[in-house]
Design a protein around this ligand. Structure first.
Ligand code: NDP
Ligand code: 8X3
Length: 260
């Protein structure tokens, strides 16, 4: 096992769910964290919590208000990092979202664009800005948040599933292109995790979002953070390419056992 102590971890989508859980896991292990998201107040609350409850030192946290869809903002945020933050060791491409569960031929084009711009293009922008430094320093690990939705398409999932299938292909392609370097690539692909994901998918309809998890024991964000932490702490010669994890109550993207 390798230590993440004082390693620089850039975490996108840190303001909620899986990203916030990763921040806590990595802070507890002594990593230096660049926490990126659009919601500044959420990042500030997370910073306070990390310092109060997870032993983080203020100088080990750097907050970055960033919309990953904004290519020039991503490029300038990365190129303007100070020397104590610029040598990123671990990039966790977690920012992502689903919008809607409509039939493809009835879908909202704005929903599609938001998912494609965030889940695919945002992930690519970060990867393109960060990975060259990893290659030249001869160390680094990229973790992409894929999904069971990238392996199996479900009704109404169409474009979201397409974006996660793209993440799967991009992770595989990056691994191939990094062959011959020590930089590692992992895709972590969960099934159902209870976060703000469904509330965002249903544009703030909490009642509908809660029904997604009704009668099921879903994964928690901490469950996913544990797996990510495991992947990045393997010995340097070990690359975990892909992990699919789901709740015991789930067998596929569409097969879920519910207690009634
Ligand atoms: P949440 O909605 O709880 O968190 C999503 C995070 O992404 C938020 O921090 C949000 O921050 C950030 N984000 C969204 N859009 C942008 C943007 N344009 N720029 C920067 N940050 C952005 O959902 P999860 O924690 O569940 O989702 C995290 C990842 O896990 C996503 O990629 C999702 O697809 C994936 N996933 C989720 C599963 C689930 O069942 N929950 C299962 C499989 C994969 P802010 O709004 O402040 O910008
Ligand atoms: C999130 C899991 O099955 O709701 O990626 O698409 S699912």
């Amino acid at each position: 096992m390798i230590s993440v102590q004082n390693q620089v971890v850039l975490l996108t989508g840190a303001s909620s769910g899986i990203g916030a859980a990763c921040a806590k896991t990595f802070a507890s292990a002594g990593a230096k964290l660049i926490l990126a998201a659009r919601r500044w107040e959420r990042l500030q609350q997370l910073q306070d919590e990390l310092i109060e409850k997870f032993d983080a030192k203020p100088q080990q946290i750097y907050l970055l208000q960033l919309d990953v869809r904004d290519r020039s903002a991503v490029e300038s945020a990365i190129s303007n990092l100070s020397p104590s933050w610029s040598d990123i060791d671990i990039l966790i491409n977690n920012a992502g979202l689903s919008r809607g569960l409509d039939k493809l031929y009835e879908g909202k084009i704005q929903d599609w664009e938001e998912m494609i711009d965030t889940n695919i293009k945002g992930l690519l922008y970060l990867t393109r800005a960060v990975v060259p430094g990893m290659v030249s320093r001869g160390r680094g690990h990229v973790v992409n948040l894929g999904s069971i939705a990238g392996h199996q398409t479900y009704p109404g999932g169409n474009v979201y599933c397409g974006t996660k299938a793209a993440v799967k292909a991009i992770s595989e392609g990056l691994k191939q292109d990094l062959l011959g370097t020590p930089v590692r690539v992992t895709s972590v692909d969960p099934g159902m995790v209870e976060t703000e994901f469904s509330e965002v998918r249903f544009h703030g309809d909490r009642e509908r979002a809660e029904k997604v998890y009704k009668g099921v024991t879903p994964l928690t964000p901490d469950d996913v953070a544990d797996v990510i932490f495991f992947c990045v702490t393997r010995p340097p010669h070990v690359n975990i390419n892909e992990v699919i994890l789901m709740p015991v109550d789930q067998a596929s993207a569409t097969l879920v056992h519910r207690q009634t």
